[in-house]
Design a protein around this ligand. Structure first.
Ligand code: URA
Length: 208
């Protein structure tokens, strides 16, 4: 299984808090944003740097600035929205695309109902966000859609993953790097991750 589990103590501590059934929507949203920011810090480690001249109040000096590709954050609707702000805090210039998929009740296959992307996807590093990587069906379909639209450099960022979902994305998209805060045990018969945290969309938006 090819997946990066982010083991930073602050991330792990906050994952425990966010799992708790006692955590309400406001705290859930705040924790998700904080975890996303911390994960974002880790997954941007390989950004290339270039030298740049900077005039300090005293002298000219050589500093570093981020070079290379710009970023697009692509939340999978709707729970993926909860991971956008944490990344925008770190990368305020990133563009945001949105992809919405529903599961066809007959074929059980994901069907696109909304897709609005920046025009220059091929030139960007794409960070797809979805808190729960369960069966992997929607993540894999969203990534296929992005590739059809030209995306070449894709990272998938999830809060909690089931091994089943990681395997599906690894199989369908071996080029996509997966980052998670927790790799859980398994899916239950209803497609929920165990131990998981329940329905992430409902917990973010206070629906049920
Ligand atoms: N989606 C969720 O929100 N939670 C799960 O456990 C599985 C899929």
């Amino acid at each position: 299984m090819n997946v990066n589990v982010m083991t930073h103590p602050l991330i792990q501590h906050k994952v425990t808090l966010i799992r708790s059934v006692e955590t309400g929507a406001k705290d859930f949203r705040e924790l998700l944003e904080e975890i996303t920011l911390l994960m974002g810090y880790e997954i941007t480690r390989d950004f290339p740097l270039e030298d740049v001249e900077v005039q300090t109040p005293l002298v000219k000096a050589i500093g570093k600035q981020i070079a290379g590709k710009k970023v697009a954050v692509v939340p999978i609707l709707r729970a993926g929205l909860g991971m956008v702000n944490g990344l925008l805090e770190l990368m305020p210039m990133a563009k945001v695309g949105h992809v919405g998929l529903y599961r066809d009740p007959e074929t059980l296959k994901p069907v696109e109902y909304y897709c609005k992307m920046p025009t220059d996807l091929a030139e960007r590093r794409i960070i797809v966000t979805d808190p729960m990587l369960a069966t992997g069906g929607s993540a894999s379909a969203a990534i296929s859609l992005l590739k059809e639209k030209g995306a070449k450099d894709i990272q998938l960022m999830c809060l909690v993953a089931a091994p089943e979902g990681v395997e599906v994305v690894n199989r369908d998209h071996p080029d996509v790097r997966i980052y998670v805060a927790a790799l859980d045990e398994k899916l239950n018969e209803h497609g929920y991750i165990l131990p998981g945290l329940g329905d992430a969309g409902d917990r973010i938006f206070g629906t049920k």
